[in-house]
Design a binder for this molecule. Structure first.
Ligand code: TYD
Length: 210
């Protein structure tokens, strides 16, 4: 596989989308071929699954069902979009990936890290990020930021603080388990300061890959 796969993770409102946009522009200016995508979604089928997952109408989706829906969206995304792009040598920037399932379903819903990783193994088809940037903000700040952003919170944003605290613990656990891949960035800082930290990580990765 020629390309580079970079994922962004963190609580809602951590600023993933802004940082991905800045990084996309930065890498394009340096002449790289970049593809930006997201989960859940990234394919026509995945975007349909996303609508179901975020719809507050389905308040009572079981945690196990939820885990499989995210994994189904991912299986399609990996095969239809991510693998082909990496084979063409692109840099793929993905807004959330399997670590979100571990954090939200594994820790948030309490299904456990091992179960979620096992269910996702086949969906991933051997694709693992080269680098995962964990934009670290406190759960209290996450809730405050997503309230400011959206007047009508989606199904997961409507969860109480305790849920977001467990998700946060999940991201911390992932960073401890995979310290070479998952890198923490202090996302409480200004957009420019956060981007500076992101660029340092990217430059380090690009020089290793040469
Ligand atoms: P996202 O589009 O990143 O929402 P936002 O822009 O509000 O951060 O993700 C949608 C929601 O789906 C988000 O609350 C996290 C959740 N999620 C999971 O619970 N499991 C997963 O595997 C993924 C990819 C996302």
């Amino acid at each position: 596989m020629e390309g580079i796969f970079i994922t962004f993770e963190g609580l809602d409102g951590a600023g993933k989308t802004t940082q991905i946009r800045l990084l996309e522009r930065y890498l394009r200016q340096k002449g790289h071929d970049v593809l930006v995508t997201r989960e859940p979604g990234g394919t026509p089928l995945g975007e349909e699954i996303r609508k179901v997952l975020l719809n507050p109408y389905y308040r009572d989706i079981d945690g196990v069902t939820e885990m499989y829906l995210y994994a189904a969206s991912r299986a399609q995304h990996v095969r239809q979009v991510i693998k082909p792009a990496l084979e063409k040598g692109k840099i793929v920037l993905c807004d959330r990936f399997v670590d979100s399932s571990v954090a939200y379903q594994g820790f948030g819903r309490g299904l456990g890290m091992d179960v979620v990783e096992a269910v996702n193994r086949y969906a991933l088809g051997g694709i693992i990020p080269d680098l995962t940037i964990f934009l670290n903000i406190r759960p209290e700040d996450s809730l405050a930021r997503s309230c400011i952003r959206s007047e009508t919170p989606d199904r997961l944003e409507s969860e109480e603080l305790e849920f977001h605290k467990r998700v946060y613990e999940g991201f911390i656990a992932l960073q401890r388990r995979y310290p070479d891949r998952v890198k923490k960035v202090d996302a409480s800082k200004s957009i420019d300061e956060v981007f500076h930290q992101v660029v340092e990580l990217i430059e380090c990765l690009l020089s290793c890959k040469k």
